[in-house]
Design a protein around this ligand. Structure first.
Ligand code: 1GP
Length: 234
């Protein structure tokens, strides 16, 4: 079974998935083993990526994580430099909420030579940036405007356009460190419209927010900052 099929099956069976996001720039080998041991037992995936990462760092971090735990390691790259053949799978992201060709297709083309001779599983993913209440680094780096939280129609249409163009997952992103995570109303509307799994991330800092996202229909939730700085409110 592929990593995508595992996610699809979990979504079908309503088994909720939790990915912990590790930003390679903030990862420290010295404390990594403690960090991994402290992860909630519900963790099903490790995502690795950041908006800007020093060249070559992703590979070292992926190898270190693979040595410490058996969870699938999935790349969530900010650009083509963050690709490591040591990971298990790659979210092949297209920033479909934006209108910047650099993140719709240019970075994807530039990544091909790094990917084509690896065993990485490629998962076509429509990435939708939603306003999280303050300017986040994906907004800055991608130079795109996030969709407003109250423009549910545009968010649903964007997600469906992603599904119609063959994306296998849709990722609703409020941005790392967002003040407001993606609302339950948005998640519900998108989930209802789509028949592919929905990932939700950005600004989720408590078990309660996590639960709300699941109840609204998120199949997989991504948490970075709150685990990284130990502030997650269980
Ligand atoms: C960012 O969705 C992820 O891409 C996680 O965001 O760091 O706010 O948890 P946080």
């Amino acid at each position: 079974q592929s990593y995508l099929e595992e996610i699809e099956q979990a979504a079908y069976e309503k088994r909720k998935l939790l990915a912990v996001l590790i930003d390679p720039d903030k990862f420290e080998e010295a404390t990594a083993s403690l960090f991994i041991r402290k992860l909630p037992k519900e963790t099903t995936h490790i995502f690795v990526g950041g908006s800007t990462v020093e060249e070559g760092r992703t590979c070292e971090v992926v190898k270190a994580i693979k040595n410490l735990c058996g969870l699938p390691v999935i790349l969530f790259p900010g650009d083509h430099s963050q690709i490591s053949s040591h990971a298990d799978a790659l979210l092949f992201l297209s920033l479909i909420s934006g209108r910047n060709p650099e993140f719709l297709i240019e970075q994807q083309v530039r990544s091909v030579e790094k990917i084509r001779n690896t065993n990485l599983e490629i998962i076509p993913t429509g990435y939708i940036l939603i306003d999280g209440g303050r300017e986040t680094s994906v907004q800055k780096v991608s130079n795109t405007i996030p969709l407003a939280q109250n423009d549910i129609r545009q968010i649903v249409n964007t997600a469906l356009a992603g599904q119609y163009s063959g994306k296998k997952l849709i990722y609703l992103e409020a941005g790392s460190g967002a003040e407001k995570p993606v609302s339950s109303e948005i998640i519900k509307a998108v989930k209802k419209a789509l028949n592919i799994p929905v990932i939700v991330g950005g600004g989720i800092r408590s078990a309660q927010q996590l639960q709300l996202s699941y109840e609204a229909g998120a199949d997989l939730v991504v948490i970075g900052t709150a685990f990284e700085d130990g502030s997650f409110d269980a």
